[in-house]
Design a protein around this ligand. Sequence first.
Ligand code: URA
Length: 298
Amino acid sequence: MRPVDALIDHLKSEVARGKTHVLLDEEAREGLRELFIKSREAAKSSTATSKLSKQAPTAAASPAMLRLKTTATNTATSMPENMPLLKVHGETREESLESLRQQAENWAPVKALGSLRSTMVFGSGSPHARLMLVGEAPGHEEERRREPFVGPAGRKLDDILKAMDLSRQDVYISNILKFRPLAPRQTINNRTPTPEEIASCLPFVLKEIEIVKPDCIIALGVTAAVGLLKLQSSVESMREQWHSLDGIPTRVTYHPSYLLQSEANNDIKRKLWEDMLAVMDKLGLPISDKQRGFFLTK
Ligand code: URA
């Protein structure tokens, strides 16, 4: 298979998983430029035209993010039948989470896959939080500091929490995956996890929910939503409604990293904020006129 076909297959599978964007670091962009140049040269010599070469970014205009055609489908994750059982020890929530964290460090199903990196990043925040937020997987910065959401997307999440009059200490923050998906020649770029990778880590986030017993959960982005709720859909069609995760009201919203992308306009920010207002309402948190008015047209 030519590298360009592998890339097309990969992008198709991302679209099928509900992804609308892929982030590319400088190294990945350089790889795409090389592919583009090679396929242009091949096209010149054979007069054949390559579908991707027409769309591939040039050195002069290479977007840091490729926009993919959106479909409202995704691959729901089911737990393999031979998944080992987690044993939770401890009297307190703190102790139970610690026993879970220790098991995550050497979790055999993850090791058996061999497609995830070795640094484990566990959930953080208050074990007594009423609100739990679940993202996709740790990235470069999270791996370095062994804490979820501490990179650029994490700073966006901090801003969102601050606008809700909350801090990281008030909530519990976790990820569907406890390990960063491995990618060839990886630098700071991230890869979307496969359904098998999600399934290998899913018992941990479900146990975290069982231990923390939040009153409300926010699934940040399509991977968290699909992993937790077993739906096959896009964020757009899962948001604006309450889902139930073992009886816990769960809201789906955009991943904070989406707000960092240049194409995320005020409309997306307003929609995310509407989701947060619904969560605040559900938790009975006070909502000021100023908070209600964010993003209202003046
Ligand atoms: N994105 C996530 O989904 N989780 C993190 O911890 C960081 C970035």
